[in-house]
Write a protein that binds this ligand. Structure first.
Ligand SMILES: [Zn+2]
Ligand SMILES: [Zn+2]
Length: 331
């Protein structure tokens, strides 16, 4: 079984989890073009993917979702609240184009004229066409900027951005299976509709991998989900001092620090020192903030927490990156 982190951080997240028979993409938080580029760099064949799984609807986890799923023609697994939130984000306030609006105005004008004629009142002869009452820019369906070179049929009218080849709903806490990978989603505390992390288990290979990023704190259900994991992608988002002194507005700092924000290096270290069972082959620290963290600080905090337990065979620590894929971790 292997984990390939294609990207991790507040500008985009995506990871491949693969067994002998099944390959899954977890989150699609970069453009379709960039995701395909990263997969090529990491020797991951996108056409071999069986499905895309989504943790939550924040942009850094879903930016390329629609285009990539349509391009590859594969199903998307997510919870129903996450799906609804994503559709809402992509559905513009009005779906009317300017041509449709002109049509609509003409039809209304005709209806008024007919009503007036029915009452034997002469309609105003030169009724002017009003300007649209809505912002035309906002009425254009949101689409990925690289839709044209990623979508298989760019010559057709723009696809419905919310269209997915197939949608499968799961519930956090309820195990499901794709191919030979068994998946257990678990609820995480984060400011999204229904966010989750995942535990993946290859029954044939007896290996368990997990992804736990985007959490405000470590609740008991996450601590217990992360027992017996061989490869763990764990959030180590910010250094508390750097965040406090950093450039973010106060409200954003409060959000990051909140119980539904992100795990600090300190919180991650506390988990590793107190609650973690020590059984992982590799721990990948991920979702590092570029503004409010320094990879060396995240690494140091985790190393200190695991003092004495790190070796080549156990508790190796790696740092996931925003700009480039990590080498695959295979067990
Ligand atoms: Zn998030
Ligand atoms: Zn995120």
């Amino acid at each position: 079984m292997r984990m390939t982190v294609l990207a991790s951080g507040s500008r985009g997240n995506s990871t491949v989890i693969a067994s002998a028979q099944t390959r899954l993409l977890i989150d699609a938080g970069l453009s379709c073009r960039e995701l395909l580029k990263r997969m090529a760099l990491a020797n991951e064949d996108p056409t071999a993917l069986s499905a895309i799984l989504i943790t939550h609807e924040h942009q850094d986890h879903i930016a390329g979702l629609g285009v990539l799923a349509r391009r590859l023609g594969i199903p998307v697994y997510l919870t129903e609240p996450t799906h609804r939130a994503w559709v809402r984000m992509l559905t513009p306030r009005t779906t009317m184009t300017y041509a449709q609006w002109l049509d609509h105005v003409q039809q209304e004008k005709q209806a008024r004229a007919e009503a007036a004629a029915a009452q034997a009142i002469t309609p105003t002869p030169a009724e002017s066409i009003e300007e649209p009452a809505f912002d035309l820019a906002a009425s254009t369906p949101a689409s990925d900027p690289d839709e044209d070179d990623c979508d298989p049929s760019p010559s057709k009218p723009k696809a419905d951005p919310t269209h997915l080849p197939a949608v499968e709903y799961f519930h956090s806490g309820t195990n499901f299976t794709i191919g030979d990978i068994s998946i257990t989603p678990f609820t995480i505390p984060h400011d999204a509709a229904d966010p989750c992390g995942f535990v993946f288990e290859s029954r044939t290979e007896q290996v368990r991998m997990a992804i736990a990023t985007d959490l405000g704190y470590m609740p008991p259900n996450v601590k217990s989900a992360l027992r017996g994991i061989d490869v763990l992608l764990l959030e180590s988002n910010h250094d508390l001092e750097m965040l406090k002194d950093g450039p973010y507005p106060w409200s954003v700092k409060q959000r990051v620090l909140s119980r539904v924000g992100h795990l600090s290096n300190h919180a991650t270290a506390e988990f590793l020192a107190r609650d973690y069972d020590g059984g992982a082959h590799t721990i990948v620290l991920g979702h590092l903030s570029e503004q409010n963290n320094d990879p060396s600080l995240a690494l140091l905090a985790a190393e200190q927490a695991l003092a004495g337990r790190m070796s080549l065979l156990g508790n190796r620590i790696m740092l996931a990156q925003q700009a480039a894929p990590l080498p695959s971790i295979s067990l």
